[in-house]
Design a protein around this ligand. Sequence first.
Ligand code: NAD
Length: 276
Amino acid sequence: MSVPDITLNNGITMPQLGFGVWQVADDEAEKAVGTALETGYRSIDTAKVYENEAGTGRALRASGLPREEVFVTTKLWNADQGYDETLRAFDASLDRLGLERLDLYLIHWPMPDTGRYLDTWKAFEKIYADGRVRAIGVSNFTVETLRRLFDETGVVPAVNQIELHPYLQQAELRAFHAEHGIRTEAWSPLGQGRGLLDDPALTRVARAHGRTPAQVVLRWHLQLGNLVIPKSVTPSRIAENFAVTDFALTGEDMAAIAALDKGERLGPDPATFHVA
Ligand code: NAD
């Protein structure tokens, strides 16, 4: 079975399961993205601050895939917030990727103490209106920063990419997204492969389905309707993480995973995070 498409609030579609490349050096990213594309992934998530947009672009070209078959996301780094800065940073990201048009552009972090995300978003709206990106969204936005964005700007973000895994299930934010037509995208969907994948409840569900805990977690995301972008540089795991569309978790499995929520973050708190 193939990866389902998710329709965003402007009508364009995006593969529900994609591939992330945080903490992967440029050359290694080129290799990993190449492996992911060979495996069948058709959505890639990078960011300016990952310093691997160039390697990602090389892998896209080397794959020989038609441009329209791969959905490419990158993110505006904090230091580039502001109207003019954003327009320049977007051009530079496209140059590094070697693309003429991007699929999804995200504000990486809101940094609410500066309020600059509002002017930044106005530049996103211009880039979108100019047809240089197919959808615009945000990352690490809270209910509060989303509300302020709605109040002071025009376009509702297509996506909010947030930390989300069974130990941090983000029920309130997911409900808010659903209410406003914003798609939830899960970062660190596997809990960065740390303790989560050894959780006895996950191990039990995995054994019952003849799958791995990582596959169970990714399947849980898909059944919740999340966009999901697991990362690995290991070819066998890249394949394992993609093989999650041919089985289904039961209601009981979903409930067992729902019970694992600890509200525990691996990353910083977006309400206060400020690094430029
Ligand atoms: P992840 O949850 O995808 O975990 C990746 C790690 O889990 C790997 O490095 C590996 O150690 C392990 N792993 C992967 N597959 C496995 C498997 N099948 N079995 C066992 N272990 C496995 O973590 P991530 O990289 O933090 O998040 C995924 C992507 O999300 C990133 O690459 C990036 O694209 C995005 N991201 C975005 C933000 C943001 O602020 N917007 C922050 C972090 C990550």
